[in-house]
Every structure is written in structure tokens, then in C-alpha cells.
Design a protein around this ligand. Sequence first.
Ligand code: UDP
Length: 234
Amino acid sequence: MKYKRVLLKLSGEALMGDKLFGIDNNRIAEYAAEIKKLYQNVELAIVIGGGNIFRGVQAEKGGMDRTQGDYMGMLATMINSMALQAALEKEDIKTRLVSAIEMREIAEPFIKRRAVRHLEKGRVVIFGAGTGNPYFTTDSAAALRAIEMQADVILKGTRVDGIYTADPEKDPDATKYDTITFDEAYNKGLSIMDMTAFTLCKENDVPIIVFNMNTKGNLEKVVNGEKIGTLVAN
Ligand code: UDP
């Protein structure tokens, strides 16, 4: 394996599969099967979003206080994290769910050294509840946890093959970058992660690989160092 420790970021929407809302059990089982192929060869941390259930920004548009909505969004990430944890355990994968908001009955609180120890022992660590703070996103949580865990790379699993010159779902002439620097991506206005997450990664020298998580075998290939997706680095 090329990487020793990786942080996989999945959006909440990735868990919807073909559904319009919530969690598709088949999709989550597929992800668990993908993770099973490689978890014994790499230390794996996971951050999942909550956008398939709740987003603070959208709630604010509907008149809700933003902070309240953001906490609801963070709780949504816990629901997704628990669903993935259940699917991983069904595959006999040892996991720990670590929450940025204390929920003692269902998750451990985040304690850096303890989380590192879980990774060293080969447990898949799922970080739930984002950063624990409103006005942030789970991309920022992924960047933060990757830095804290000293992960070699963030693997951003999406439904597209990488970063394109334009939206490949709208523009047939769009071409994919194999590699791009943080500065180039910034100057070209390409959205890879939100600016807070992007800046954290750039300043702390954490590369990001954007790849298609829905193609079977891709996750293992990326961890093996095969050149799929787009690598963003300094
Ligand atoms: N959220 C937050 N702080 C965090 C992470 C998430 O307030 O550190 C809230 C925010 O409302 C966000 C929602 O949780 O909209 C779901 O997370 P996100 O939008 O990042 O999920 P994704 O788009 O990856 O599914």
C-alpha cells in the first residue's frame, strides 16, 4: 500500500444511492464491502457528511436559526456514521465511532491520543458530528481530523472521476486533471472542498485525492497508489 494512514471523506448524499433522501442500505453495504477489501492493509479514518438528512444553511433559508440548524446537521452526520458503523460490523470489521459532541451511550468522545491508538490497532475510526461547531462543514472536519491524526492523504469519495475543467455532468468538453496544485485550483476557482477545509489542507500540507467512490475497486486502487482520480497537493 502506498499510504499508511488515510482519511476517507464521504458526503451524506453518497449514502442516498438512488434514493432522494436518507440512507440506501444497499449503497452503504457496498461501501462496507469496498472497505473490507483494504482495511487490514491501511489505517483508515472516516468522516461522513449529513447533507442527505439535514443542512443548517438550508434550514436557515426556511427561517430557522442557523446555529440550531447546524447542530441538527451534526446530529445527521451521527445517524449516517452509525449506519456505516453497523454495515462495517456486519462485515466483521472492528470499528470505533468517535463524536465531536458528547453522546456517551453511542460514541466515544474525541480524544486525540485515543483515536490514534484505535488506528494503530487496526480499528476503523469513524469521526461523527463534524467539528462539533456550527458554521463549519464536514469537509472542514475531514481536514481537521486528517491533520490531527497525521493522515497521509484525504480521499474524497464522490460520484465523479476527479476534478474537471468544468462540470462533467453539464459540459461534454470538460477534461479531467490528473494532478493539480492547491494554488492552481484556487486560481481557477475549482471547488474541491469549501475554503476553510481547502486552506487547512494547503497550509498543513495534506494532499487530497478526489475519486469516484461508486466504481468498485477504486478505493483499494487509490490506497495502493494507482493513479486514478485527481491528486491535489502543494
Ligand atoms: N455541520 C456543522 N459543523 C460541522 C460539520 C457539519 O455545523 O463541523 C452541519 C452543517 O449544518 C452541515 C451539516 O452539518 O450543513 C451536514 O454536513 P455537510 O453539509 O458537510 O454534509 P455533506 O455535504 O458532506 O453531506
